[in-house]
Design a protein around this ligand. Sequence first.
Ligand code: UT7
Length: 309
Amino acid sequence: MGTRIVGTGVYIPKTVLTNHDLEKMVDTSDEWIRTRTGIKERRIAKEESVLEMAVKASEEAIRSSGTRAEEIDLVIVATLTPEKRFPSTGCLLQSSIGAGRGFAFDITAACSGFIYALDVADSLLKVGRASKVLIVGVEKLSEIVDWEDRSTCVLFGDGAGAVLLESSDSESDLLASRMYSDGNLWDLLYAERDGFIKMRGRELFKVAVRNMEEVCREVLEEAGVEPKEVDLVIPHQANVRIIRSLAERLEIPMEKFYVNIDRYGNTSAASIPIALHEAIKEGRLKRGDLVLFTAMGGGLTWGAVLMRF
Ligand code: UT7
């Protein structure tokens, strides 16, 4: 039995923060942010909590899948900004949406959280430990951003994306997947307990491009797929220049990369499920297509997943 994506949903916070707004807050410019990152604006969850965003995205995913919430027997939330210290946002979400018996937990893998969640969900589906899995990437990074630090505050945004997975005998499947971490490099990107995001951007940029290229090649090779056969790449949205370098190295044209960083900035674990939802809605991803997901984030963590959609 393969693993099939049967529904997706998003929650995009209402408040828009543009580069021009940021010009009034720190010593920066729209021109610098656009040319160095590709970001024009981002969303800020002023009134919405992490859990509320996760619930709204999940409800849309459940509705679009035709599944009943009671049938969901596993909930995985990828976040580095959980609703509470404990219980997990997964448990709170399980209750809020009325998911059935089964289990729920959070994954902390920063920007790679959604890749980790997808890989773990697929494994648990394939060994029969779950039959319908809800995975959610949700972040309220605006709470842990230092709004006086121009080197980080221009980069991040808030939001949520949800995906419902189930076992299926259709051709849809997760074909290959890899998760990696290197804790020796934790101090390239981190936040202390109750502290702000700290980042060594220039060093991270190089590692991100190198590691994502390697891990993408690894999953493609395992699945026996040539880079040119991939229909769509949905990368984590950290910097459009990282995405362009990855495209060049993999020799996959930029037209095959889904990019929405201009509207949302870096939403960490939420970036890939939001992009996936939009790609489906816009007709960029169709049943039977080969889709490659890849991300890199604090930990350091990175990974890639190749799916037949
Ligand atoms: O999601 C997890 C993974 N995240 C990443 O992989 C992020 C990777 N890193 C990056 O995306 C980029 O390194 C940044 C966007 C963070 C920074 O871009 P950069 O081209 O590497 O710039 P830089 O850090 O080398 O800084 C260049 C200059 C510096 O000034 P000097 O020293 O050259 O005079 C900075 O002080 O730009 C300055 N600068 C800014 N200027 C205007 C830094 N931030 C800003 C700003 N506005 N917001």
